[in-house]
Design a protein around this ligand. Structure first.
Ligand code: ZN
Length: 413
């Protein structure tokens, strides 16, 4: 699938020596240093295109954009892959509910998502892969699992057996009961008769009446979600055989830890004998005015709506960076308007000829980012610098700051 337009990322001046980035690994619960490497492999789970980009999506993709920018600024290459689940139950259900063709719904929502990402200056993935286009490689992955004895049929569907995989649960740290409950709440079927293990997941669903299907050696049907990401990540990120893991970072919102990422790592372990990711990185959820933001509550704040109301997308970035990526955040109009006015102050300060000292500021920004992407500290530093510059501070180089903010934070004035 065509990715969105490239974003030009200027190089950070060589006088800034960056520390190695540390990030919280959900598997260990620890903030861990990402070891220095010339090239990193990052996979971030993409959208199911049935609803437009809301701030929860924006916050997640912004998080991985910042991670990618930091790694790029250290001089490394980042290969970034993202999928789009352009065939799945929620998409078909929404299309039926609204009386629209599922392909048209997917197409329109992908368009909206990519234009939102462009507005927000999120660096596009190198490979942006739809589930439908990936069906042949997903089938290959299922067949490989089958050779390992990990696939079994129930009626005409196929399931992946987790039972022989002893490390299952080591990412999410949930008890068996919690896993079953969460699995059930998030589209799983722990109680389905015929399953070998309650937490086994669907990898191929036979075609249902009135639904699309693709011919395959497993019969006409469509792929399950977890195997989609496993297959795409392994195919497009070309794991290095010398590594003890397959990719450097697997990312997404924290609602993907279980079952999605747990299932992906379990499948990857059976396929390769290796841990899927060296680091599992997860972003918090976003609520609105004290409530969880959700499609069912109808309280989604859409990026496209904010932009159409005249909100500067850079102010949205600025507002989202005011919270730590791992924390669940509560969004409000007040928060956005405060961030917009802070961003305008920063913009004004950056337009001055004489500004407050900047090289110490830039070093402080890189240190905060290196420390598990501490963007709240970065925003405080920038707010203070803007105040001081507007009060007549001197000794800085606003062009250097603007280049650094563009490179590291994706902010452009
Ligand atoms: Zn995924």
């Amino acid at each position: 699938m065509k990715s969105w337009s490239p974003v030009e990322v200027p190089p950070l001046h060589s006088r800034y020596q960056l520390s190695q980035l540390s990030l919280t690994n959900s598997k260990t619960g620890l903030i861990q240093v990402i070891p220095a490497k010339s090239a990193y492999r990052m996979y971030v789970c993409g959208i199911t295109p049935y609803d437009a980009t809301h701030l929860g999506h924006a916050a997640t993709y912004l998080t991985f954009d910042l991670i990618g920018r930091y790694l790029l600024a250290t001089g490394s290459v980042v290969t970034y892959v993202q999928n789009i689940t352009d065939i799945d139950d929620p998409l078909l259900e929404r299309a039926t509910r609204d009386g629209v063709d599922w392909k048209e719904l997917a197409h329109s929502q992908i368009e909206l998502f990519t234009s939102d990402m462009e507005c927000l200056r999120v660096i596009p993935p190198d490979s942006y892969i739809g589930a439908v286009e990936a069906i042949p490689l997903i089938i290959d992955a299922i067949q490989s699992l089958q050779k390992h004895g990990s696939i079994y049929p129930i009626n005409h569907d196929y399931y992946f057996s987790n039972s022989p995989e002893s490390t299952f649960g080591e990412l999410s740290h949930l008890s068996q009961k919690e896993m079953e409950e969460t699995f059930s709440q998030r589209g799983g079927d722990p109680d389905l008769p015929g399953k070998l293990h309650t937490l086994d997941c669907l990898v191929w669903m036979s075609q249902r009446e009135g639904e699309p299907g693709w011919p395959s050696i497993l019969g006409t049907g469509r792929p399950g979600w977890h195997i989609e990401c496993t297959a795409i990540a392994l195919e497009y990120l070309h794991p290095d055989p010398i590594d003890s893991f397959l990719i450097d970072i697997q990312g997404g919102g924290n609602d993907l830890i279980f079952p999605h990422h747990e299932m992906c790592r379990s499948q990857a372990k059976v396929l390769t004998g290796k841990e899927l990711a060296a680091n599992y990185v997860h972003a918090g959820m976003i609520g609105l005015d004290g409530e969880k933001m959700s499609k069912s509550k109808g309280n989604l704040v859409l990026v496209s709506k904010l932009v159409s109301k005249g909100i500067n997308p850079m102010a949205i970035r600025y507002a989202l960076m005011g919270h730590h990526y791992r924390d669940d955040q509560m969004w409000s109009e007040e928060l956005l308007s405060k961030a917009s006015s802070s961003f305008e102050k920063l913009k004004l300060a950056c337009s001055l000829t004489e500004v407050q000292e900047t090289s110490i500021l830039i070093r402080a920004i890189t240190s905060a980012l290196a420390n598990d992407l501490d963007t709240p500290t970065v925003i405080k530093l920038l707010d203070n610098w803007a105040e001081e510059s507007l009060r007549g501070g001197t000794g800085g180089d606003s062009d250097d700051l603007k280049t650094s903010l563009d490179a590291l934070l994706g902010l452009k004035f």
